[in-house]
Design a protein around this ligand. Structure first.
Ligand SMILES: [Zn+2]
Length: 197
């Protein structure tokens, strides 16, 4: 089996470029299908990620994936047992895990286009697998609607609110070369032991 793709981190240039559309007639090609499965594999291998964009595995293409875990966080809430709000990565690190971990499904968005958004924005904590150790608050639309192609080449529309909508906005930004640290306020740096060699 091939080695799982490494997640690209700053200062890699691919994170700062404008990603290109995937030709729709190439969605079923082995190149794109392989890339999608590499992305799922890479996200599965990071215990603290809920979304991943193609530039984060070094491919400047307009594809992102979001874990079903983001829906679970919306359902169950991102709060510790003490009731403090936890950033997504801290939730995933499970200090006060309130939900059962499962084999999450991944939603695939190819050539996503933002169709609609609520005027109202919510402030919330974010981190990024490509910007390890940094967290900050970002104002995001409470609700958005996105039109995209799925991995079978079918066009679909997805409306989302709250955390899932936040993850989609974070991933859409990746396709423009924008990172959460460009928009965040109160960025903090968390030193932690990285047990990966
Ligand atoms: Zn990110």
């Amino acid at each position: 089996m091939a080695k799982p793709k490494e997640i690209v981190k700053l200062p890699a240039k691919v994170l700062r470029g404008h990603a290109k559309d995937v030709p729709v007639n190439e969605i079923l090609s082995s190149r794109i299908q392989g890339l999608i499965s590499d992305m799922k594999e890479a996200l599965k291998n990071t215990p603290d990620g809920v979304g991943l964009a193609a530039p984060q595995v070094g491919e400047p293409l307009r594809i992102f994936i979001v874990s079903e875990e983001a829906e679970e966080i919306d359902r169950v809430g991102g709060r510790s047992q003490k009731g403090e709000f936890l950033p997504p990565h801290a939730i995933a690190e499970k200090p006060g895990k309130l939900y059962e971990e499962r084999a999450w499904k991944y939603y695939v968005f190819i050539n996503p286009v933002l169709k609609n958004n609520s005027r109202r924005k919510l402030d919330g904590p974010e981190g990024c697998l490509s910007v390890p150790g940094k967290f900050g608050n970002v104002a995001r639309h409470e609700k958005i609607t996105v039109v995209a192609y799925d991995e079978s080449g079918k066009k679909f529309i997805r409306g989302a609110a709250k955390f899932f909508a936040r993850v989609m906005q974070h991933e859409l930004d990746h396709l423009e070369g924008t990172l959460f640290i460009d928009k965040a306020h109160n960025v903090i740096e968390v030193k932690r032991n990285d047990n990966k060699k």
